[in-house]
Ligand binder design. Structure first.
Ligand code: ING
Length: 319
């Protein structure tokens, strides 16, 4: 099968502190984009909420203070440089940021911009982790359920730059439905940004599990849907609060093809052979040939886990 090379880059960011300006964050993103273009990338993936610190870790009372973390326009005056650089270097990108719409809706959003600098896709985060109430006893908050609405545009895939690109964000990767819905749209690449605290505020979780679960979800998502996954961390200590690195590019085989070495700004790159996905899609994960949705109905009908279908302990009827 003839190879179909696609230069795929992931730009990991180190910390963005609360006092850091958007201009400083954008300058870092532009530098990473330039490095990606020099490496031959057609697309570079940026982290979740890349323009500011991960503010859902804070209880923020003042509406003005909260609004300051959101973008009312994209591109806006401070992000335009990123779009202009993309058009000049002929490189596409995905970027995570906090979106405040004209109707006052707030989303944890990621856009897909093609190599002419045009926004061709938008994803608003659907799986919002954490809580909406104040937990003053916790070492930090995780208030995505308070600061964002559930995404209202679904999981979508876009035909662009001679491939098909789907998007999700951070916690979405932990839910297999995310990758399956994108795989059912024939995605060849899924991009995501993530901000994953290394500490669990609910119980003492052995730290190594944060990285293990992060990689496990991406590798299984890639393999089970025969697609490339490119995931960009915002990593390191933001004002003392640590988030894992582990930016990766994963092939449809489920193998990690590149992984970040640091918790700082760092670019990783793979000349991804998109034809690898074809092989898995035509055989092992030939959805049309092998899936049996008539037996998956429960996935849609139930939100929480419920009663087993197999009956009780002393069932008289056949097991
Ligand atoms: N962060 C974390 C994530 O899903 C989390 C929250 C971590 C939930 C670990 C459950 C377990 O990676 C975001 N921003 O979703």
């Amino acid at each position: 099968m003839a190879a179909r090379g696609f230069g795929l880059a992931v730009a990991q960011m180190g910390p963005v502190h609360r006092a850091d300006t958007r201009a400083a964050a954008v300058a870092r993103l532009v530098a990473l984009m330039q490095e990606a273009a020099q490496r031959g990338a057609r697309l570079v993936v940026f982290p979740e909420l890349a323009l500011t610190t991960f503010f859902p870790r804070y209880w923020i009372d003042s509406a003005d203070e909260l609004d300051a973390f959101f973008e009312r326009a994209m591109p806006g005056p401070q992000t335009r440089a990123l779009f202009e650089t993309a058009a000049r270097l002929r490189i596409g990108f995905t970027l995570g940021y906090a979106e405040l719409t004209e109707r006052g809706e707030r989303f944890n959003t990621q856009i897909l911009v093609d190599d002419s600098g045009r926004i061709v896709g938008r994803y608003r985060k659907i799986h919002l982790p954490g809580h909406a109430d104040h937990k003053p006893a916790a070492p930090f908050q995780h208030l995505e359920k308070r600061y964002f609405q559930v995404g209202d545009e679904g999981f979508r895939v876009w035909q662009t730059m001679q491939t098909r690109i789907g998007m999700c964000i951070c916690n979405d990767r932990r839910w297999p439905e995310t990758f399956r819905v994108l795989g059912l749209q024939s995605a060849e690449i899924v991009t995501l940004g993530f901000s994953t605290p290394s500490v669990n505020i609910h119980w003492h979780e052995p730290p190594h599990l944060r990285m293990f679960h992060h990689l496990l979800t991406l590798q299984s998502g890639a393999y089970q849907n025969a697609l490339w996954v490119a995931a960009a961390a915002k990593a390191g200590f933001e004002d003392g609060f640590h988030m894992i690195g582990g930016s990766v590019i994963i092939s449809p085989s489920g193998e990690i093809m590149a992984q970040s070495q640091s918790e700082d700004d760092e670019l990783i790159f793979v000349n991804a052979d998109l034809a690898l996905g074809d092989r898995f899609r035509q055989n092992v994960f030939n959805f049309a040939k092998h899936r049996r949705p008539e037996h998956y109905r429960m996935i849609i009908e139930r939100t929480g886990a419920g009663e087993p279908l197999g009956g009780g302990q002393n069932a008289q009827e056949t097991p």
